[in-house]
Design a protein around this ligand. Structure first.
Ligand code: GLN
Length: 401
């Protein structure tokens, strides 16, 4: 039989997406894969219904429908404080997932190195490998997810072509400070590397923290590809609308990658989403107010259940310590918890380069009622665990890399 390529030999199934299947199979409340169980803004669903009648139903311009790009450029110019020309500096993609792949393929050559902070969102290592590059990892210390300047410099001394920056961080909830971003920027300049961002949680940042776009720092526009999407900001993860913003030459390259990979993001959805990109600033204030409430509801529930967790500065994830239940096999613990307790989380090991097996990730992009119900169930976790005769496991090693 003809053989398959070696490209994906090192990949497992995405642990995040597998946990959604586990949650569904056991009827658990799914706090694993991060997406909302509430509806998007009504203005968006109304626009979508209208587009069904009026169209467009055929391809848009491959790098994005003109009206969508104009609205996106206006919005991002206001938030990012950088000059964005909708024709020269934007490519619209199928979610931020494609945006990051297109950005990496646009600037990274096979054989190049790419710096990734650990913990990381699990796609990055795979993205680098698909581009023929090798990831170099720099640890974020689990206490406050800070990094050592010396470790980052050592990574840059390996002459990487790019650094991937997830800010606000998934799964850490870290919001990088101006000092940290300035340090990253200085190293990127010194070693002539690109910064490729994943900023899908740009509008989910809790006071007093504020999101700062690294592309807006002096000298960084020319070496940053800013990737993001509409998924989290407008609660439309299934619409798969993302984008890369950056300087013209790199965007020209990303347009070519995108064109041959997918031709384009869904044109009716781009048309309908224009209304959201034109929402007033109050929309974003309300979004963060709602997520702040969800964060408090869920953190209090974890607290009542006696579960030690991180307090995110941004995004909608918490890492919870499961050492007392099973410090060595977070995957088996998550499967057990989905089935017996009825709440699904993601094993933390899928986010770390280091051998970390005592953390799990919950997300709280859910209705308050869902979060309260999950909290109720988690209150019984300790007693169910004690009665179940759970036998602690060895690390299962079921990692995505
Ligand atoms: N970013 C979300 C998460 O980390 C969803 C990822 C995905 O499956 N596309 O859970």
């Amino acid at each position: 039989m003809a053989t398959t390529s070696h490209r994906t030999d090192g990949f497992g199934e995405s642990v995040i997406r597998r946990m959604t299947r586990v949650a569904n199979a056991s009827g658990a409340i799914n706090l694993s894969q991060g997406y909302p169980d509430f509806d998007p803004p009504e203005a968006l669903t109304r626009a979508l219904a209208k587009v069904a009648g009026t169209g467009p139903h055929q391809y848009a311009v491959t790098w994005g429908a003109p009206e969508f790009r104009r609205a996106l450029a206006d919005k991002q110019r206001a938030f990012m404080g950088v000059p964005i020309d909708p024709d020269e500096n934007v490519v619209v993609t199928c979610g931020s997932t494609e945006a990051m792949m297109a950005a990496i393929m646009a600037v990274v050559n096979p054989g190049d190195k790419v710096v990734v902070f650990s913990p990381f969102y699990e796609n990055y290592g795979a993205d680098a490998v698909l581009a023929g590059a090798t990831p170099i990892y720099v640890s974020l210390s689990p206490a406050d997810f800070s990094f050592e300047a010396k470790a980052l410099r050592e990574a840059f001394e390996e002459r990487p072509k790019a650094l991937i920056l997830c800010n606000p961080g998934n799964p850490s909830g870290k919001v990088f400070t101006r000092e940290e971003l300035t340090l990253i920027a200085a190293l990127a300049e010194e070693f002539d590397a690109w910064v490729i961002t994943d900023e899908v949680y740009e509008h989910i940042v809790y006071a007093p923290r504020r999101h700062l776009y690294i592309a807006s720092l002096p000298g960084m526009w020319e070496r940053t590809l800013s990737c993001s999407s509409l998924s989290k900001t407008y609660s439309i993860t299934g619409w798969r609308l993302g984008y890369v913003i950056g300087p013209k030459a790199a965007i020209d390259a990303a347009k070519k990658v995108h064109d041959f990979l997918t031709v384009g993001a869904a044109s009716p959805l781009q048309e309908a989403a224009v209304v959201a990109l034109r929402f007033p600033p109050s929309y974003y204030d309300e979004l963060v107010a709602q997520y702040s409430r969800r964060r408090e509801v869920f953190l209090s529930a974890l607290d009542r259940a006696g579960l030690r967790s991180t307090r995110p500065e941004g995004a909608y994830y918490v890492m919870t310590d499961i050492s007392e239940f099973d410090p060595d096999d977070d995957t088996r613990f998550c499967e057990w918890m989905a089935e017996k307790v009825g709440v699904a989380a993601v094993p933390g090991s899928s986010f770390f380069r280091e051998p970390v097996t005592h953390l799990i990730r919950f997300h709280f992009a859910k209705k308050e009622a869902t979060l309260l119900e999950a909290g109720e169930r988690l209150q019984s976790l300790r007693s169910i665990w004690a009665q179940s005769g759970y036998v602690r496991g060895r690390a299962s090693g079921s990692r995505a890399r």
